[in-house]
Design a protein around this ligand. Structure first.
Ligand code: ATP
Length: 307
């Protein structure tokens, strides 16, 4: 993997001592869409602002395109586009002037053709002469993205791109993100919508209390979602799992009242029939059976609760 962003042992303690990031390590591959999923206060915004060099880390390093964000801030920052969570736009400005202004902030020469290209990419071509105050919420979000792309960054950070927007607008945003990826931009987005991560990410990272608990290919996570669990309630508690059942890798509830078997729904056979036979042969009596499907949501909730 060629990493365009590399985060090493990143820690951030705020004044007062609160540890918002606890030794985060992260490599982001060029061209991927990484979704950082986490509950409120997990540290997502802190992580993004620290990677972008807006918040200084307590320790650790971040490089973007090989440039250290502390030692070589300008070069690193020039490679980054940041779309903030809050909409902050100049209401009386036209869309085009606003995007041109953002480009100028990075010392890029004026290039009307380039700005028009960016506006077209975000389907804002017919709005470029409109004053920002006349735009809908969805269009304003597109302007924010256009401004973040104005200096042609290679990495785009989107902080909660669809917080508080309706389902339709959210889907619209997903299409925009897919289009940006197709144009070669690496995208890191934070979200607390699991469905958003499912819909657009190549990789999913789960963050809670300042730590990355899991970071995995979405397809692999989906494969895990193909697993189901069979819970077997026993007539009498089992003190231990009989040796004859070891091959099923059962999970025994702490009170011994139930055993859980995890199986792959996509596999050629589930193994349930032989398990139930072996269970009987081992002298365990069943009282009830239940199955449940694990989802990304279960994985997420389970991990975050464990924390
Ligand atoms: N400037 C600050 N000073 C002190 N504590 C802060 C500061 N900024 C954030 N925090 C704390 O750090 C923790 C992480 O905040 P952060 O905004 O990074 O979380 P988040 O995952 O982005 O949450 P949300 O989804 O609500 O935006 C929170 O507990 C927050 O209260």
């Amino acid at each position: 993997m060629t990493a365009i962003v590399s985060v090493k042992n990143l820690r951030k303690s705020y004044a007062g001592g609160f540890e918002a990031l606890k030794s985060v390590n992260l490599e982001i591959a060029e061209g991927e869409i990484l979704a950082l999923l986490g509950p409120n206060g997990a540290g997502k915004t802190t992580l993004i602002s620290t990677i972008c060099g807006i918040t200084s880390p307590t320790s650790g390093t971040v490089t973007v395109g090989g440039h250290d964000t502390q030692k070589d801030y300008r070069a690193a920052r020039a490679m980054i586009g940041l779309v903030p969570q809050e909409i902050s736009l100049e209401p009386f400005e036209t869309v085009r002037a606003s995007v041109q202004f953002s480009r100028g902030l990075f010392g890029k020469p004026r290039d009307d053709g380039k700005v028009d290209e960016i506006l077209a990419q975000l389907s804002l071509d017919d709005k470029k002469d409109r004053k920002i105050m006349t735009l809908s919420g969805g269009m304003k979000r597109r302007v924010l993205i256009a401004k973040a792309l104005a200096h042609e960054p290679r990495v785009l950070f989107l902080d909660e791109p669809s917080a508080g927007v309706d389902v339709e607008l959210r889907k619209d945003m997903w299409a925009v993100v897919a289009g940006l990826k197709a144009s070669g931009v690496t995208i890191i987005l934070t979200t607390h919508y699991i469905e958003e991560a499912e819909a657009i990410a190549d990789r999913v990272g789960i963050i809670a209390k300042g730590e990355i608990l899991l970071i995995q290919d979405k397809a692999e996570l989906m494969a895990q979602m193909g697993k189901k669990q069979l819970r077997i309630d026993l007539a009498a508690p089992a003190a231990e799992i009989p040796a004859a059942l070891a091959k099923y890798a059962l999970h025994r509830a702490p009170d011994g009242q139930s055993l859980t078997y995890t199986y792959d729904t996509k596999g050629p056979r589930t193994g349930i029939t032989t398990l139930l036979n072996d269970l009987q042969n081992a002298g365990l009596q069943m009282k009830d059976l239940q199955t449940q499907q694990s989802s990304l949501e279960d994985i997420f909730v389970g991990l975050v609760k464990e924390e």
